[in-house]
Design a protein around this ligand. Structure first.
Ligand code: FES
Length: 162
């Protein structure tokens, strides 16, 4: 059913997403999807609709769901940045050369899909929460919980959940 932010994500939903390493600017990757806008607006209007925005954490894959899967190619993840993959709802980062991290792309605030990675931060477009690319910790609310981290290894050039 349509209208859920957490279902297929509020932003960039299908397939691998473009690299988001540049600061947001009008007209770039910071474009907020229709559902993201609807859910963001709903937060200001009433709690009834918020329940449909993924507040229960729906859409977050467990480590078991992804174990053994290659979720990214190491060569596609920029050093000091990251890349969001909508199909698996993960964001893969490389805080330092050769050090890869993976997190859920589902925002712990109300379940929108994070929309960009820039300046060492993963940003959610719905209400502006920001998380560190190094550990998923919250640097700016309204989210109060970090992004769920997935353990990963590089195997044959791929980022694989272990
Ligand atoms: S859903 Fe509200 S900041 Fe992400």
């Amino acid at each position: 059913m349509r209208g859920r932010c957490g279902g297929r994500g509020g932003v960039h939903q299908d397939g691998p997403m473009e690299e988001n390493v540049m600061p947001r600017a009008a007209g770039d990757g910071g474009i907020v999807g229709r559902r993201a806008v609807l859910c963001g607006a709903a937060g200001a209007v009433g709690a009834t609709v918020i329940a449909g925005c993924g507040g229960s954490g729906s859409g977050v894959k467990s480590v078991e769901d992804l174990r053994g899967k290659e979720i990214a190619k190491a060569a596609d993840v920029p050093v000091g940045g990251g890349k969001i993959y909508g199909t698996e709802k993960v964001v893969v980062t490389q805080p330092a050369q050769g050090a890869f991290k993976a997190f859920t792309a589902v925002c712990p605030h109300q379940g929108c899909t994070v929309g960009s990675v820039a300046n060492g931060l993963i940003r959610c477009p719905c209400h502006g929460s920001e998380f560190k690319i190094a550990d998923g910790a919250v640097t700016k609310g309204p989210a109060t919980k970090p992004l769920l981290e997935y353990p990963v290894q590089v195997k044959n050039g791929g980022i694989v959940v272990t």
